[in-house]
Design a protein around this ligand. Structure first.
Ligand code: TMP
Ligand code: ASP
Length: 239
């Protein structure tokens, strides 16, 4: 596989073409942003953690009948994925109240939700990723009703599977954001699953092990990212 021209640079990843039109080459960066790019910084080693953790989780999901864009790891910081067309919707799944749900609705952080809450956001830097609903998605032509139904079904299945594996590693999966793409007519999971895109708390101490440490200036950001990957790579959960 040959890495060719850069197609896109996002806040956390660069996407390259390859000599195979069905395959993209993804490079994960250490750059970190928050609050729609207003806060900027770098988390040393983040690219390697997010790439490897995403690969492990995509493989786990594939083994449980969830279609993903993941093909193979190239090295610690890069992976090959299917060349999907991204559906510009950020799909957030919440199991426990935190972040935007706490601040918007006045609910206490840590409140366990009776059933998972799904939210959609329009992936648009220009408009600051506004929250949208099914009707907005239809009017903006972001996805067909059938695709949206499939996205919802997959998101709920993924939530069950991810909650299980994070629990086994000694973590609580509070919430996370997914992106889906279309590949050969099929809706499949794309983007990444990492401490950048999920809230991960230690099961015992309830300590935040994710990008909230960067967003909220809590310190120990790099160590938290490394610890998440360490537990997933076979290190025993400290409990
Ligand atoms: P929120 O509580 O700030 O809406 O975040 C919900 C989840 O989505 C949380 O796990 C972090 C993740 N997320 C992203 O991946 N990208 C974003 O731009 C935002 C705002 C949140
Ligand atoms: N990734 C988003 C940004 O830079 C926000 C976040 O993760 O908090 O803007």
């Amino acid at each position: 596989m040959v890495k060719k021209n850069q197609l896109y640079e996002g806040k956390a990843k660069k996407i390259y073409a390859t000599d195979d039109s069905d395959v993209y080459w993804v490079e994960y960066k250490d750059d970190a942003t928050a609050f729609n790019g207003q806060k900027r910084g770098s988390i040393i080693g983040k690219g390697e953690v997010n790439n490897q953790l995403s690969a492990l989780l995509f493989e786990y999901l594939e083994n449980n009948n969830i279609p993903t864009h993941f093909l193979e790891l190239v090295n610690e910081r890069e992976m090959l994925v299917k060349s999907v067309k991204i559906i510009p919707i950020e799909v957030v799944v919440r199991n426990i109240v935190a972040g935007g749900m706490a601040s918007r609705l006045g609910l206490e952080e840590g409140t366990v939700l009776k059933t998972p809450v799904i939210e959609y956001y329009y992936k648009s830097d220009e408009f600051g990723d506004p929250m949208i609903n099914d009707d907005h998605i239809r009017e903006l032509n972001l996805a067909t009703p059938e695709q949206l139904q499939e996205i919802k079904n997959l998101a709920l299945k993924i939530d069950q599977l991810l909650q299980k594996i994070f629990d086994e590693k000694g973590f609580i999966l509070v919430d996370f954001k997914l992106e889906f793409g279309v590949h050969k007519g099929q809706v499949i999971l794309a983007d990444e699953i990492s401490p950048d895109t999920a809230r991960i708390w230690d099961k015992q101490s309830k300590e935040k092990m994710d990008k909230d440490r960067f967003r909220q200036d809590l310190g120990g950001v790099e160590a938290a990212y490394q610890e998440v990957l360490r537990r997933f790579k076979g290190g025993r959960a400290v409990s």
